[in-house]
Design a protein around this ligand. Structure first.
Ligand code: AP5
Length: 208
């Protein structure tokens, strides 16, 4: 099954993608994680992407489309995948129609104030990609999965979060009607508890 997770920053795409991928045994393809890894390794793509990400802007379509094309050609994608954070513009969605057949688009809908609270409290592990919220960490500062120190993403600082939300409403939200028009969109209330959302997604995908 080839699935897209669509939704604003902080909607829970990464959190749910990780769980659903584990349940379905398919890879999670997060363009944000790929870019952050490239920045850490100081690759040419990473150097190009850094200024966009730090400003809360989208990385140019041609850079991202090439990354996704290469990633989807890898062997582990042959039995399905979740695209987490791609596509994010209409040109990216149009390019994807030439690369893949999408079976389902899950939109996680959450209002802006909720998102600001979530993102300001998010802590991440750059080693294994696990995501936490400070309200549930009980003062712990290391990753429960791999022991690495948890950090706050630079783009989770207040001003950048507001830019990312504006970019979402201007450039990514039009994809809701793009996929509605194709009969692929399923909207789920992303403000519910994580377990409830997980169950709703599994039911929507027809997996028990
Ligand atoms: P990316 O990494 O994709 O960021 P994003 O889409 O802004 O999404 P986030 O990772 O911020 O949020 P999420 O929905 O995954 O939420 P999460 O599960 O972590 O992209 C970063 C940047 O890279 C972009 O700004 C852009 O510059 C660039 N980029 C990436 N893809 C691109 C593309 N296709 N084109 C161009 N540029 C691109 O959850 C958030 C927090 O909430 C966590 O703390 C979590 O624990 C908590 N939480 C999650 N679910 C719940 C719940 N149900 N209840 C309570 N708390 C919850």
């Amino acid at each position: 099954m080839n699935i897209i997770f669509l939704g604003p920053p902080g909607a829970g795409k990464g959190t749910q993608a990780q769980r659903i991928c584990a349940a379905l045994n398919i890879p999670q393809i997060s363009t944000g994680d790929i870019l952050r890894r490239a920045i850490k390794e100081q690759t040419p793509t990473g150097l190009k992407a850094k200024s966009y990400i730090d400003a809360g802007k989208l990385v140019p379509d041609e850079v991202i489309i090439d990354i996704v094309k290469d990633r989807l050609a890898q062997d582990d994608c042959q039995n399905g995948y979740i695209l987490d954070g791609f596509p994010r513009t209409v040109p990216q969605a149009e390019a994807l129609t030439h690369i893949a057949n999408i079976d389902s688009v899950i939109e996680l809908a959450v209002d802006d104030q909720h998102l600001i609270n979530r993102l300001s409290g998010r802590r991440v592990c750059l080693k294994c990609g696990a995501t936490y919220h400070i309200s549930l960490l009980d003062g712990k500062t290391t990753c429960a999965a791999c022991g690495e120190e948890l950090i706050q993403r630079d783009d989770d600082k207040a001003e950048t979060v507001l830019n990312r939300l504006t970019v979402y409403h201007d450039q990514t939200a039009p994809l809701v009607s793009f996929y509605e028009g194709k009969g692929l969109l399923h909207r789920i209330d992303g403000a519910q508890g994580m377990d409830v959302i997980f169950q709703s997604i599994m039911e929507t995908l027809g997996v028990k």
